[in-house]
Design a protein. Structure first.
Length: 125
């Protein structure tokens, strides 16, 4: 039997890279929600988020719970460093606190999803 050490090493490297990355190569680190934070449910399916708009108070701790019903989706808000990902049939929550009022765009970072219209407006009052 022939050993293929390079093939085995390659498999280990790929597995460790994939386990630490989100679908778009981002770190995929989801911040935990603060204890007692209000939970906002967001569903991702068919290149859309439901609801399409959410409102939060500046400085308030919230948890955004992303539920995917079809394929893997992410919810990313670049300006505040928020990231959460959910695979098909999964619900994952991430903690969010935005101190600066404004309107932010959240989107799915899976290739082709944002271009397909998968965005969500977050208004911080």
């Amino acid at each position: 039997m022939r050993h293929r050490p390079w093939a085995a090493l390659g498999a280990v490297v790929v597995a460790s890279l994939v386990s630490g990355c989100g679908v778009d190569g981002s770190p995929g680190e989801t911040a935990p929600a603060a204890e007692g934070a209000r939970t906002i449910e967001v569903a991702g399916a068919s290149l859309a988020f439901v609801p399409e708009r959410i409102e939060i108070e500046a400085g308030a701790d919230v948890a955004i719970a992303l539920r995917s019903t079809d394929v893997e989706h992410t919810l990313v808000i670049d300006e505040v460093g928020f990231f959460v990902a959910a695979r098909r049939g999964q619900r994952r929550a991430g903690g969010l606190r935005v101190d600066v009022p404004g309107v932010y765009t959240a989107y799915c970072s899976v290739p082709g999803h944002r271009a397909g219209g998968m965005e969500l407006t977050v208004t911080v009052r």
